[in-house]
Design a protein around this ligand. Structure first.
Ligand code: 13P
Length: 256
């Protein structure tokens, strides 16, 4: 069985001090839910403090991006070796990075390969815009993003990769995709694409999250879908009580 994974993407929220205080309060709330993998992805400058505060808690830590080069004259960027020991996961290809930082499929593919080379586990985000959705292009766009991100990645690495379906029109808007739509894209397009690329047994082992206006009150609905293995959560991951309720709902829905 695929272990459910819920990751909080804190985006550009919370200072170092706020991040550390948050996880200290969160850890005891999640201690009972060992059947669900919980991950927090704070801003880079809070990674060390959060990592230290979470030692022994079972809660994982992720970064929100990385560069593909190991080092170099790339002002403002963070190289994969800099994340080693601080982050287990790294979000790659978030639609906000594609839109505001000009990240292309090719850059995302390089980042995925660089992360894997340094033992970091990518959470690869894919998602279609509202225009693409309304034009009936969702399957083509999502299938294309998945193939591009995984170009040259071998089957052995797929156990270290998590995918996240985040329709752009559902992020931070309160307009979430219905659980049926999310299941359709995640099972019918993403897992199908993985099957075409790596075969059924590898595809069945890869965890795929939904993201976009996930809240405590809709979490159980998503997690009741057979192909949805977790969530990548923005807004609702910023409050201890909401985050704890998400984990609780996932444990309940999956019976773990
Ligand atoms: P919201 O949960 O705030 O819609 O954000 C989703 C997201 O972008 C997570 O990466």
């Amino acid at each position: 069985m695929r272990k459910p994974i819920i990751a909080g993407n804190w985006k550009m929220y919370k200072t170092h001090a706020e991040s550390v205080a948050f996880v200290k309060e969160l850890a005891p709330r999640l201690a009972a839910y060992t059947g669900v993998e919980s991950v927090v992805c704070p801003t880079f400058v809070a990674l060390a403090g959060v990592c230290e505060a979470l030692k022994g808690s079972g809660i994982g830590v992720g970064a929100q991006n990385l560069h593909w080069e190991a080092q170099g004259a790339f002002t403002s960027q963070i190289a994969p070796p800099m994340l080693q020991g601080l982050a287990e996961y790294v979000i790659i290809g978030h639609s906000e990075c594609r839109a505001y930082l000009g990240e292309t499929d090719e850059m995302i593919n390089k980042k995925v390969k660089a992360a894997l080379a340094y033992g970091l586990k990518p959470i690869i985000a894919v998602g279609e815009s509202l225009t693409q959705n309304e034009a009936g292009q969702t399957a083509a766009v999502i299938g294309g993003q998945v193939r591009a991100a995984l170009d040259g990645v071998d089957a052995a690495n797929m156990t270290n990769i998590v995918l996240a379906y985040e329709p752009i029109w559902a992020i931070g808007t309160g307009k979430n995709a219905s659980s049926a739509i999310a299941q359709d894209v995640i099972g019918g397009t993403i897992r199908k694409t993985l099957t075409e690329l790596y075969g059924n047994s590898v595809a069945q082992g890869v965890r795929i999250q939904y993201g976009g206006s996930v809240k405590p009150d809709n979490m159980q609905d998503y997690m009741s879908q057979p192909d949805i293995d977790g969530a990548l959560v923005g807004g609702a991951s910023l409050k201890v009580d909401d985050f704890a309720k998400l984990i609780e709902a996932a444990a309940k829905a999956k019976g773990v």
